[in-house]
Design a protein. Structure first.
Length: 89
């Protein structure tokens, strides 16, 4: 079976775009959540742009999943998808 290494990157970029839009549009984010999400999205984008995903990035995203799980389950689910895609790169 042929594996398309570009596919996870495409999925990550699409998810990042969606999360940035939700971050802009969400009214139920407090400032701490907004800052946390903004920072982790920037870390992911920077890693992809540099074409260098550090091993601990997945751990930091997993911590973000846990942080958002209760208050923002949709965000947590999207971040979990990013973790899975990062593992495929």
């Amino acid at each position: 079976m042929h594996y398309d290494a570009g596919m996870p990157r495409k999925q990550i970029h699409e998810t990042l775009d969606t999360l940035h839009q939700q971050l802009r549009d969400a009214k139920d984010f407090d400032e701490a959540d907004r800052q946390h999400l903004s920072e982790i999205l920037q870390e992911i984008a920077d890693a992809l742009r540099a074409d260098e995903v550090q091993a601990d990035l997945g751990d930091r995203v997993k911590q973000s999943v846990a942080a958002f799980e209760t208050r923002h389950p949709t965000i947590a689910t999207a971040l979990h998808g990013i973790v899975e895609s990062l593992a495929k790169i």
